[in-house]
Design a protein around this ligand. Structure first.
Ligand code: 6PG
Length: 244
């Protein structure tokens, strides 16, 4: 499947940065952006294909999404298709898995059909899991929304500074991740960039140094992700107070 013409992609501009007061403000704004994108995608095409970020930052957002469906029944969950931006090569029930975090915060509370949940079989090992997920992602592109976090070193998903990857892959097998565990599976820059809405959420003072480098144009993995549509970069004051 050929990717869209390179000219159609746009990288985030400084005008896409929004510095909010607290991490709770970021989570509430992120929830609203996701719901808006979901309702539009479902209205336009009857499906909402979303790539979820791992780590801890998005947990608040996923819990708010679950409350949204409980509170107002505004979500047509049966139209949602979930994917993961990356996964850690741990046993399937390991609480450190991103899939387990998504189950705890969202999936166990909302009615998304099992067939619409496209997790990464990272328990099979990075190479086999990446081979299988490549086929899944080939079928899924383009995504309606990609959500990403950022690590303290400027990594996103499991794309780390200074690590080089094949450009013909949609999914990478990672064996030397500096953030444990070393073995991971990650969507590529190309796969993560094939989205209609890009939402990046970064909170906490530990991220401030990399946020500043990113804002000043340093070539970090987070800075390589682009979009075919809209971008929202949401930061709390601790992470982004000296920018935007
Ligand atoms: C992972 C994540 C990773 C995460 C960043 C930020 O598997 O660790 O995919 O890319 O998004 O490391 O993590 P926090 O949100 O926990 O700071």
């Amino acid at each position: 499947m050929m990717p869209p013409d390179k000219a159609l992609y746009k990288t985030p501009a400084k005008s896409d940065w929004i510095v909010m007061l607290t991490a709770d403000d970021v989570a509430l704004q992120a929830r609203d952006i996701i719901m808006q994108a979901a309702n539009k995608a479902i209205e336009d095409r009857g499906i909402f294909k979303i790539v979820l970020a791992g780590g801890t930052t998005p947990e608040k957002v996923y819990r708010l999404l679950a409350e949204e469906s409980i509170g107002t029944q505004a979500c047509d969950w049966k139209r949602w298709h979930l994917y993961l931006g990356d996964e850690r090569c741990l046993s399937i029930d390991d609480p450190q898995r991103n899939s387990q975090m998504v189950k705890r915060t969202l999936l166990d509370k909302v009615d998304i059909p099992n067939g619409n949940v496209h997790f990464i079989a990272a328990e099979l090992g990075a190479k086999e899991a990446a081979r299988r997920y490549q086929k899944t992602i080939e079928q899924a592109l383009p995504f309606d929304m990609v959500i990403l976090g950022m690590g303290e070193d400027g990594h996103t998903a499991s794309l780390f500074p200074g690590h080089r990857h094949r450009t013909d892959e949609l999914v990478h097998a990672i064996h030397d991740a500096p953030k444990p565990p070393p073995d991971r599976v990650s969507l590529s820059v190309r796969a993560l960039s094939e989205n209609k809405n890009l939402l990046i959420i970064v909170t906490g003072s530990s991220k401030r140094e990399s946020v500043e480098k990113w804002y000043e144009g340093e070539d970090l993995p987070i800075a390589a992700i682009s979009t075919l549509g809209t971008v929202n970069i949401l930061l709390d004051h601790e992470a982004g107070s000296r920018n935007a």
